[in-house]
Design a protein around this ligand. Sequence first.
Ligand code: PGA
Length: 247
Amino acid sequence: MTSPRPLIAGNWKMNGLSPALAEARAVADGVGVTTARVAICPPAILIHRMVQALAGSTVLIGGQDHHWDDAGAFTGDTSAAMLADAGAQLVILGHSERRAGYRESDDVVGRKVLAALRAGLEPIVCVGETLEQRQAGEALNIVRSQVRGSLPDALAGTAFSVAYEPVWAIGTGLTPTTPEIEEVHQAIRSTLIDMFGEAARAVPILYGGSVKPGNAAEILHASEVGGALVGGASLKAEDFLGIIRAV
Ligand code: PGA
C-alpha cells in the first residue's frame, strides 16, 4: 500500500482581509514542484475571491467549519454547500477552537462530516487532547475516542484526513516531542484501520500545533505523519512556503 500524498493545509482562522489575498497568491507562485497537496483555508467570506486570486494554481481552497444541516433558519451560519458553491474543496471540522469555544461534541462533528460529504467537500477532522488530559495520561484514550466519535461510517471509501492537534500546542509555540507525536499518530492509524479496514492506511494523518519552518522537517518526517495543519505560520507566504518545502 502506498503512503498517502502529504497534505499541508493553512488554517487562517479569523484572520485575513482583502490585502491578504496577495499573500495567498505568493504561496501559489512560490509553491513550485512538490509532492504535497497544498491548501489554504481562509475565512468563508474570502473563499470566492481567493478562487479568483489563485486561478491557474494547484493550491486548493478550503473552509474552516460549516453547519450540520444543508439549509434553513440558522442565522449567521454557513452551509457546506455554500462553501462548495464559493469554490472550496476541503473543510476543517472539529477544530479544538470549535469543540471548546462552541461546545461541539463528537456527535456534532460527525454530523458536520456527513454534511461535508453531501456537499462534496473533503473533510479534515481535528482531534487532540488538552494539557490536563495529557498530564493525566489520557491523551491516547481521548484521541482514540474522538476519532471513533467524530468519523461516521459514511467516510469509508471517501477522501478525508485526520489532524492531530494537541490543544496545548496550538498557538503556544510548544510542540510535543517527535516520539509523542508518533505515538498518537500510530494510535490514530490503528483506530482508523479498526474502523475502516486496511484502506485506512491511505488516510493522511496531519500534525497541527505550532508548526513552523524551523520544526517542519522533523515533524513531517516522523512516522505516520502525513502532513500538517498550520495556523499562525500559514498567514505569511514565506513561512508557509518554508513548511511546504520541508515535506
Ligand atoms: P498554530 O495553529 O499553527 O497557530 O499553532 C494550528 C491550528 O490551530 O490549526
